[in-house]
Design a protein around this ligand. Structure first.
Ligand code: FEO
Ligand code: CA
Ligand code: CA
Length: 639
């Protein structure tokens, strides 16, 4: 999401005192040549510990894994792809989804009620679920697509450009949430089915249920819901996850923006910790809807910041907020089925100096017992990561610290009343146990071939500049405006183990602007593939790592030559990175999913600011899902 965090980042990065920045660069302890040696040593040590990784590396020819010709950076207001690839628009903000929905009105005339029937705004994480045939196989050409609608841009959503009335706020509430649509593939091309019975809009008026340790607790009770179990809506749904039992996970990120209060004293420190402010003046929901005003409904924010699970094939089902997974600004939820049947979920909290989390289910997955499997995220143990290591090698050993009441100082004496208190105030608990502060953890993904886990650390202007965020081995650069990708391997390949080995898979940078220091980037970064602010991340079935960016697209200064936001593809065995896609002007590239055969890739283009995708005179730019296919019908990214 650019609107809340990255806009600020971009402005602040531009405003960096150049002399101060250069001084920081000069002071960086490790020179690039040392980094190269360190990375090589780190990777060697890492892989040498992993027979699985060695086998995969030996089995995969790099040239087979990345089979396309890299493209150049671009500042064009268009989608750019390698030769032999094509793209089309699947669905754009405001497209009709439910029966009775009107067409999108470029003049801004759609009402709140219209928006609730149309595709929500700012497409983000998504997942494709193929229909299951009676014989248990997947139908290759029919599916539902569950999509996050992260936030809205008042400049385009509202005719006045600001929320002046309850109707304006209701329209914004209807633009948030999720959209589910049926898709069909005809002649090799996917399209969405308008008015399908499976289509669904989920927004701020959709009834949901709190589950897990926090459900029913005093911290989530309100006048409208004295039982503390029934919540209306989900908000700021950033990235996503999916489960082996066929449900979708949608993750609530920057919920702080939709809350406000009449007076400063009505925002207690535990809410300020998540960024909630009195007199919030960007979205103004609190001025028109008491539910979002802490002076009137103080516990409502505790009912957001969760991971939500729902069945994408049942539009009548009640989405479940899974409180056992903690309350943070969730980016995505990467679910790994451990070899012993435990379900493990890796998660990032996207804020400067926040943390990486792991959930381990209490019970085990049983194939075919989906009614039981659907309860697995209700009960389990939450952990937070501590990355220890060698600053020169950018590698080391980490451990997971349990966030259970009564353990690791999470006690009544330290201000934690019970487990619900720990979970509602997950950030405070992580601080209590001295988790490692990270450079804004965004998406987490795992390699299906060897179980190694990767997480984007998008950037952090505060690193090295705030006392509580000193440099550390995993976050080695002051004023980190480029970002890095960290990866780890669970001890013995057991994702429930206490320890793991980690290294930095890559450090983004600009080798045409910086030389001889970490800001030039790690070995894999060249003038031909450089980028900043890695964010979206995902492996395909073959083990290609897709990297999406949400960064500074000024194409100037420290970002010269990087162009618009983009998507790259990495071969984790060799470290090679190639640029695959460039997005249109102003947009972030975020959200990806594949058809089962990996011959179609769905990619999210969020918050464009030019003329994409309609290129209409006077038309509004619209966030859109793009369908990428190959002219020869082959697998995306392969030879
Ligand atoms: Fe919604 Fe952290 O990106
Ligand atoms: Ca993101
Ligand atoms: Ca981001």
């Amino acid at each position: 999401m650019k609107s809340i965090q990255s806009d600020v980042n971009a402005q602040d990065t531009d405003a960096l005192d150049r002399t101060g920045f250069d001084a920081l660069v000069d002071k960086a302890l490790s020179r690039r040549s040392l980094l190269k040696g360190g990375m090589a040593a780190g990777m060697l040590g890492f892989f040498s510990l992993s027979p699985v990784a060695q086998a995969v590396a030996a089995a995969l020819e790099p040239s087979r894994l990345l089979g396309f010709k890299a493209i150049k950076a671009s500042t064009d207001d268009a989608i750019a792809l390698p030769a032999g690839y094509r793209s089309s628009i699947l669905m754009s903000w405001g497209d009709p989804v439910l029966p009775g929905a009107p067409e999108f009105d470029h003049k801004g005339g759609n009402s709140a009620a219209d928006q609730a029937l149309q595709f929500g705004d700012n497409t983000d994480g998504m997942a494709l679920f193929h229909f299951r045939r009676p014989d248990g196989s997947n139908d290759p050409d029919r599916a539902v697509l569950a999509v996050n609608n992260e936030y809205c841009n008042y400049k385009y959503l509202l005719q006045n450009g600001e929320a002046l009335t309850r109707e304006d706020v209701d329209k914004a509430k209807a633009a948030h949430g999720n959209t589910v649509v049926e898709l069909v593939r005809e002649g090799g091309q996917w399209r969405y089915v308008r008015d399908s019975k499976l289509n669904r809009r989920i927004h701020l008026e959709t009834e949901m249920q709190l589950t897990g340790p926090v459900a029913g607790h005093a911290l989530v009770q309100t006048a409208a819901d004295p039982d503390g179990r029934k919540v209306f809506g989900t908000v700021n749904n950033c990235a996503n996850g999916r489960t082996p039992w066929g449900t979708y996970l949608t993750c609530e990120e920057n919920f702080q923006g939709v809350f406000g209060a009449d007076r400063d004293e009505d925002v207690p420190p535990e809410q300020a910790r998540y960024g909630i402010k009195a007199a919030e003046d960007r979205y103004r929901w609190w001025q028109h809807d008491d539910r979002f005003n802490l002076s009137k409904t103080p516990n409502e924010p505790n009912r957001f910041g969760w991971i939500v699970e729902y069945d994408p094939f049942d539009p009548q089902s009640t989405p479940m907020k899974r409180t056992a997974l903690g309350r943070v600004k969730h980016e995505n939820a990467e679910l790994v089925l451990n070899k012993d049947g435990h379900v493990v979920v890796y998660m990032g909290d996207d804020e400067r100096g926040e943390h990486i989390y792991r959930f381990v289910s209490k019970n085990k997955f049983v194939e075919g017992q989906d009614a039981m499997n659907r309860t697995l995220l209700e009960d389990g143990t939450l952990y937070v990561a501590q990355f220890n290591g060698d600053s020169d090698k950018h590698a080391g050993r980490g451990r997971w610290i349990e966030l259970s009441h009564g353990k690791n100082g999470l006690s009544v004496e330290n201000g934690f009343a019970d487990q619900a208190d720990v979970l509602v105030h997950t950030r405070r608990a992580a601080k209590q146990v001295e988790a490692t502060t990270m450079d804004r953890p965004e998406w987490v993904t795992h390699n299906p071939h060897n179980g190694q886990v990767y997480c984007t650390l998008t950037n952090n202007k505060h690193r090295g500049n705030k006392d509580e965020q000193p440099l550390n081995a995993a976050n080695p650069r002051a004023s980190n405006h480029y970002g890095q990708i960290i990866r780890w391997e669970a001890k013995g390949g057991d994702h429930t183990a206490e320890t793991f080995d980690w290294d930095l898979y890559l450090i983004a940078g600009n080798p045409t602007v910086h030389e001889g220091n970490l800001y030039a980037g790690s070995d894999a970064i060249t003038a031909d593939n450089m980028f900043n602010s890695p964010d979206g991340l995902g492996f395909d079935n073959d083990g290609r790592l897709w990297i999406q960016t949400d960064g500074d697209d000024s194409n100037a200064g420290d970002f010269a030559g990087m162009g618009n936001n983009q998507m790259l593809c990495g071969d984790p065995a060799t470290g090679e990175i190639r640029r695959f896609m460039v997005g249109p002007v102003g947009a972030e590239v975020t959200g990806l999913t594949f058809s089962d055969d990996c011959k179609t890739m769905f990619v999210g283009i969020q918050h464009p600011t030019g003329a994409f995708p309609d290129y209409l005179d006077g038309g509004k730019p619209r966030s859109s899902i793009v369908v990428v296919t190959r002219e020869d019908g082959g697998v995306i990214g392969a030879a």
